[in-house]
Ligand binder design. Structure first.
Ligand code: HEC
Length: 179
């Protein structure tokens, strides 16, 4: 799991948002403790759909008729919100979101595979055939493409309204998918 480099203000906004929902639900009659799904359904699903396909850029990686077709069946309320903001490989499995690495050797040859290891001094790649190779980071050039990092980079772009709207939209995606 790569660390998320969230600006404190962004984190605070997310936390404030969740708190706000919790506070609202605490005010409800009936002593509910949990955040009710209806508390999270204050957004405008049409605006959320527009954001999903437009400014939010979600459609670059997701499809409402494929990977997210049944997202509202699988995930509800706060859980959906949390996954939307901080997805990890739970459920989908690491195989669904490999971190891609392209390594360029001094000879100019490039090798592409899954990032297998990386620290300040070493980078290692495993390819589809299962070979594993590692290099000193100082000996090669490399680029790393991590979809989850791209996800984290979206957070500062969400306004509170965007967040409510796109969540409302996601909650309409409840197609039963044959497994
Ligand atoms: C750069 C690609 C990319 C973009 C852009 C992107 N996502 Fe994701 N998203 C991912 C990846 C990768 C995952 C993790 C999938 C997994 O669990 O393996 C994910 C997970 C999710 C999940 C959890 C899905 C599940 O089945 O558990 C939701 C919800 C989600 N994203 C919503 C959004 C929304 C809303 C936007 C736009 C604001 C967005 N994503 C933009 C790549 C992207």
């Amino acid at each position: 799991m790569p660390p998320f480099n969230l600006a404190e203000a962004d984190l605070a906004a997310v936390v404030a948002f969740m708190h706000d929902q919790k506070a609202k639900s605490d005010l409800q009659q009936g002593g509910r403790r949990a955040v009710d799904i209806s508390d999270l359904q204050t957004g405008d699903a049409n605006a959320g759909q527009a954001f999903f396909n437009g400014a939010g850029g979600c459609a670059r990686c997701h499809s409402p008729s494929a990977d997210l077709a049944d997202v509202a069946v699988r995930l509800k309320g706060l859980e959906l919100l949390q996954r939307m903001l901080y997805p990890n490989n739970r459920g989908g499995g690491a195989a669904s979101t490999p971190i891609k690495a392209v390594v360029t050797l001094p000879s100019g040859e490039t090798l592409t595979g899954r990032l297998a290891y990386r620290d300040e001094f070493t980078i290692a790649v495993k390819n589809a055939d299962g070979w594993y190779r590692s290099w000193r980071t100082s000996d090669v050039k490399f680029t790393i493409d991590d979809p989850l990092e791209a996800h984290a980079a979206l957070l500062p772009k969400y306004t509170d309204t965007d967040m409510h709207n796109v969540l409302a939209y996601l909650q309409t995606l409840r197609q039963e998918v044959k497994k």
